[in-house]
Design a protein around this ligand. Sequence first.
Ligand SMILES: C[S@@+](CC[C@H](N)C(=O)[O-])C[C@H]1O[C@@H](n2cnc3c(N)ncnc32)[C@H](O)[C@@H]1O
Length: 256
Amino acid sequence: MAPSRTAPDWKRWLGRWDEQQESFNPDRERRFGTMLDLLEAGLGRRFTVLDLGSGPGSLSQRILHRFPAARAVAVDYDPVVRRIGEGALGTLGGRLTWVDAKLGQPGWSRSLPRPRFDAAVSTTALHWLTPADLARLYGDLGRILRPGGMFLNGDYLPSGRREPHLDRLERSVVKIRFPRKRAGAEWGAWARWWDDARRVPALRAEFREHDRRSASHPKRTDLTLDYHVRRLRAAGFRTVAVVWQDLANRVLYARR
Ligand SMILES: C[S@@+](CC[C@H](N)C(=O)[O-])C[C@H]1O[C@@H](n2cnc3c(N)ncnc32)[C@H](O)[C@@H]1O
């Protein structure tokens, strides 16, 4: 894509984000849909939700579209995706707030615009957190969510070493579904999106900061399902259960 001097079409960038995410997670919309159904069943249609690792706001956008009386706070550490999200969605009539914070770092929740939330959601994001940061994030969520509040995490949550046979099967099925050649194509969509975005002049400052922050960003950790469940229970969540899954692609539900 050639550099352009006109204002970027941020909505198109958000649309392309959704396409590249879907290319390696074909069930993405169904997973979003299940999460929205659970929010409505558990909390009704008027609630305030935290979107953790929101990227450019795909999940917040879907929540606020379906629930016109809801509010969302989208938290992400990457200035590039936040800029695109803010450009594409703005504040959706004052109902969407964007926050720059690094989840799990001590004091991250001080950047939030309010102390309490009815719900927290996250998709394809928390696999980046270190064990210590995830434990701290869940400890904080135990305080931030009101009693009866709900947390939903849609992510790759592998069975891991406690269930080695199942873990091997999960990985084998991924290889069958995404053979090497095709897998390259799926990740290619992701890499192309980033390469193209890097050429947008309006994102130059954001990329400088993105690169600075990436230098100290951990590699993906893919913590196991079992680790997430244990840390949520330790943080005071009473019910913790997988409510949707396709192998290790799961939605984990937790209730305060
Ligand atoms: C694959 S994207 C998913 C974005 C969005 N939730 C979606 O489903 O389209 C993962 C996002 O998590 C963010 N992220 C990863 N670790 C983070 C952290 N510690 N604090 C804040 N954001 C983080 C990244 O910047 C990125 O935008």
